[in-house]
Design a protein around this ligand. Structure first.
Ligand code: SAM
Length: 221
């Protein structure tokens, strides 16, 4: 049941986000975002449109949104997150960042047939499809296919298998750990993700190898 699996995920990340002691707001901290954000931003600089709306899926703590929005001032950055604690953290990060192009978070569960955003130039999703049932990857592709403009881009970040194989022993260990927490979770194979994308009018345009055995996969509508 995607809803139940989903509700566990924000607090069940590889490194659980935490609230800093003595901090008076709802900001949570996911340490991995500090390590991966510059490498991700460099790819986003190349593939995102210069203007329009970017919808971030499963924005988690909101640290990515607060870091990326000021770096893309021509874009409106719309974080989304189905978990209420996550949305509170995103809202707190957005308020602290105080940048005009960062919107307050929306409640968006990818498995819903109707999303609260109906049109976008880009969809960005980091580290969601492996920490959620496969139905969430299918929902992401269906929703991105519905809302992306012609020529719009879907950007995924995370670990992937290639041709059925893990790309590193650490990813195999991570996959085993995910499956022990929930058998419906697991590192996805890029070819299966690509097939799901194609079924929704999204073609794989390029992949970029990222630090820590992650990958960015860029799909174009
Ligand atoms: C591992 S966290 C990643 C958070 C953030 N993107 C990052 O990279 O730090 C996975 C995120 O996916 C979200 N998620 C899980 N199921 C979802 C669904 N059905 N629709 C949208 N987001 C979902 C979780 O709530 C969580 O915020």
């Amino acid at each position: 049941m995607p809803g139940l699996a989903r509700l566990r995920t924000f607090k069940d990340m590889k490194e659980t986000p935490n609230r800093a002691a003595n901090r008076p707001d709802n900001r949570q901290f996911a340490p991995a975002t500090g390590r991966n954000r510059d490498a991700i931003a460099a790819v986003l600089q190349r593939v995102l449109p210069k203007t329009g709306l970017v919808v971030e899926i499963g924005a988690g703590s909101g640290e990515h949104a607060a870091y990326f929005a000021p770096r893309f001032p021509g874009l409106a950055w719309q974080p989304t997150e189905p978990d209420a604690d996550g949305r509170a953290s995103i809202k707190a990060w957005a308020e602290a960042a105080n940048v005009p192009n960062l919107r307050p978070p929306l409640d968006l569960d990818v498995t819903r047939a109707v999303w609260p955003v109906t049109e976008a130039g880009a969809v960005f999703c980091a580290n969601m499809i492996h920490i959620a049932p496969w139905a969430c990857c299918l929902g992401l592709m269906a929703g991105a296919g519905r809302i992306l403009n012609e020529g719009g881009v879907l950007v995924l970040y995370g670990p992937f298998k290639r041709d059925g194989e893990h790309t590193a022993p650490s990813n195999a260990d991570f996959d085993a750990g995910l499956k022990s927490r929930d058998p419906a979770w697991g590192v996805r194979d890029l070819s299966e993700v690509t097939e799901a994308a194609l079924d929704n009018g999204l073609a794989l345009e390029q992949t970029v190898d990222m630090p820590a055995n992650n990958l960015m996969a860029i799909f174009r509508r």
